[in-house]
Design a protein around this ligand. Structure first.
Ligand SMILES: Nc1ncnc2c1ncn2[C@@H]1O[C@H](COP(=O)(O)OP(=O)(O)OP(=O)(O)O)[C@@H](O)[C@H]1O
Ligand SMILES: [Mg+2]
Length: 373
């Protein structure tokens, strides 16, 4: 086995064990070899990477430290890295987020004045509106590790053990100085109609409540739910900070199109697309935009805005239609122009999206008005 191969295996093994010390040692050895072999640029790049701080994963024995389900031995929480994409929020949500982060930063000062409150933030909103992403951004802003618990999978496994599991999680997170993210908070409530006994469910809810109550005032907990109305009132009250992530408003949609479709470049079409994509979630917009960009890369053509518009008018929230791979036929183009007009776009905007002249769009709309289109 060559020394390079040996180091590569060592590096992989250390990375999977989340052992930063070994990762650094192996990477340093590789950098030394690269330098000796004359590849100074690569050696330099690797060494500058090594100067970066890693994600605050605990060093060795990381997996064993996670609380596990007593029966299955599966971990109850999962560490998630910090997001690398931005979160785009409307003004109210953005302001609450900033308030929350600022309160966490100043918790000592606030608590000296008797003004600290439980650092629990509840996120509600339909699927794909950025709840999980937002939880990641909170952890990243606070530079704390993020531990995610999926209450639904935990509860459905075996109700009898759930209370014990919940307790293990609430003991674990504060000890780690972590942000604890309880996803699918409505899972408990949803089970209520199920075959489970009410007594057992009460016990689960109570354990969650006790867990929340026992937290010190520095532990950050984020809960997320698609169905806030299903949430137990007592749990609801334990979260003083609440952000409702509805579907993005027009300004946010413009930012989303600009970010996901035009890679943050200014483009007027972002506004036109925002105008016709009311009711779509951030995840829907991302899916449509990224598909169009993939097509553009593979066909080596500009992004086909008509295809994007076609996908948008055919999409419903949660079920995005994908832009067609082929360019639209002239008939489909005419049809689309009329549908865009019905959505309130004027001729110049339609022309921009379809890549046709304003005259063409104006004439088409006029003919349609006269009834002979
Ligand atoms: N407000 C937003 N800003 C930026 N990106 C967003 C936003 N909303 C959704 N996205 C994109 O959609 C993806 C999915 O969003 P996310 O998983 O956070 O939604 P969610 O609300 O947690 O959905 P679910 O209820 O299904 O868990 C994100 O990773 C991001 O790429
Ligand atoms: Mg989510």
């Amino acid at each position: 086995m060559s020394p390079e191969t040996r180091h590569l295996i060592e590096l992989t093994d250390a990375a999977l064990a989340a052992d930063y010390t070994r990762v650094r040692r192996a990477a340093n050895a590789i950098a030394r070899e690269l330098a000796e072999g004359g590849d100074l640029e690569a050696a330099h790049e690797l060494r500058s990477l090594l100067r970066k701080k890693g994600v605050p994963l605990r060093a060795s024995g990381y997996v064993e430290q996670l609380p596990v389900d007593t029966k299955s031995r599966l971990p109850l929480v999962e560490e998630q890295g910090w997001p690398s994409t931005p979160i785009l929020l409307n003004r109210t949500a953005g302001a609450t987020l900033q308030d929350f982060i600022s309160d966490v930063h100043h918790v000592e000062e606030l608590s000296r004045q008797g003004l600290s409150s439980r650092l629990c933030l509840l996120l509600s909103g339909p699927p794909g509106t950025g709840k999980s992403l937002l939880a990641g951004h909170v952890a990243s802003a606070l530079k704390r590790p993020l531990y995610v618990v999926r209450l639904d999978s935990m509860i459905s496994s075996l109700l009898g053990d759930t209370a014990k599991n919940v307790r293990a999680i609430f003991d674990f997170a504060p000890a780690k100085g972590a942000v604890l993210f309880l996803d699918e908070m409505d899972a408990v409530a949803k089970l209520r109609d199920d075959r489970h006994e009410l007594g057992e469910l009460k016990r689960v809810v109570n354990t969650v409540l006790q867990g929340l109550d026992a937290l010190d005032d520095r532990t950050v907990v984020i809960g997320a739910t698609n169905h806030p109305q299903l949430l137990d009132r007592a749990i609801w009250r334990r979260f003083p900070y609440k952000i409702s992530l509805g579907f993005p408003d027009r300004d946010v949609r413009t930012e989303m199109w600009r970010h996901f479709l035009f890679s943050d470049q200014q483009h007027e079409a972002a506004q036109h697309l925002a105008e016709i994509s009311d009711g779509l979630s951030g995840a829907d917009i991302e899916t449509i935009a990224h598909t169009a960009r993939r097509h553009s890369v593979l066909t080596k053509r500009e992004i086909d805005l008509a295809g994007v518009a076609e996908a948008v008018v055919n999409s419903e929230s949660g079920v995005p239609m994908l832009p067609p791979r082929e360019m639209l036929s002239p008939d489909a183009r005419r049809d689309l122009a009329l549908r865009l007009s019905a959505k309130g776009l004027n001729a110049p905007k339609i022309a921009e999206l379809l890549g046709v002249t304003r005259q063409w769009a104006l004439k088409l709309l006029k003919n349609e008005e006269r009834g002979d289109g």
